[in-house]
Write a protein that binds this ligand. Structure first.
Ligand SMILES: Cc1cc2nc3c(=O)[nH]c(=O)nc-3n(C[C@H](O)[C@H](O)[C@H](O)COP(=O)(O)O)c2cc1C
Length: 186
């Protein structure tokens, strides 16, 4: 199962549209995939000074279980001030946390393939955020797909039904998904 996350969580997030599109691409390849709406999970802001949060919420445990079951990941993010979004950062740091999960902290991600992406209305496609995401996932032990898929001018890349309408972007995304599926099947 490919676990799919978007660091953009608002209703018309183009990263979320990309994530939902990748979910469909996986299914078309007969590969089970699940998009997780991070905003619907109770993931409190990780704050070691808050003694009420010395153990994970049920949703953090549930999200970690989804990482455990997954054979690979697609994660796409908007860029906030040159980095990944706080929602995505908080989710990753809550799930991969040696205080909450002291035993085998990194097991659910280590040696599993990850395809990353980003999307931004700017001409730069949030590539800085994508690089930072790559760096973090690598640090955590994931195997990165050889290329990421970043979308510039993302607000122009979808039609009125929210479908990806740019052939080049579609081609690149399909290549990435195929690579991810092949790596996940090994
Ligand atoms: C706090 C904040 C910082 C931002 N910083 C950047 C940035 O560094 N680079 C960029 O391309 N867009 C930046 N943006 C604009 C986002 O790319 C845009 O709002 C949007 O999140 C794009 O992704 P989405 O369609 O998935 O929401 C920023 C937005 C916010 C709210």
């Amino acid at each position: 199962m490919i676990l799919i996350l978007s660091g953009g969580v608002h209703a018309d997030s183009t990263n979320k549209m990309l994530a939902l599109h990748v979910e469909q691409l996986c299914k078309k390849q007969n590969t089970p995939a699940e998009f997780i709406e991070l905003a619907s999970f109770d993931i409190p802001l990780l704050n070691p000074a808050n003694k009420d949060l010395s153990s994970p919420t049920q949703d953090v445990v549930k999200l970690r279980e989804k990482f455990e079951k997954a054979t690979g990941f697609y994660i796409t993010t908007p860029e906030y001030n040159g980095g990944i979004t706080p929602v995505l950062s908080n989710a990753l740091n809550s799930v991969f946390n040696f205080v909450y999960f002291p035993k085998n902290t990194m097991d659910p991600i280590i040696n599993k393939p990850a395809l990353t992406g980003s999307a931004s209305p700017s001409i730069y496609g949030a590539t800085k955020a994508c690089s930072i995401l790559n760096s973090q996932l690598l640090h955590m032990g994931a195997i990165l797909c050889p290329f990421s898929v970043s979308l510039s001018k993302s607000h122009e890349m979808f039609d009125q039904d929210g479908k990806l309408s740019n052939p080049e972007a579609e081609k690149r995304l399909k290549q990435g998904v195929e690579t991810l599926i092949n790596l996940a099947a090994r």
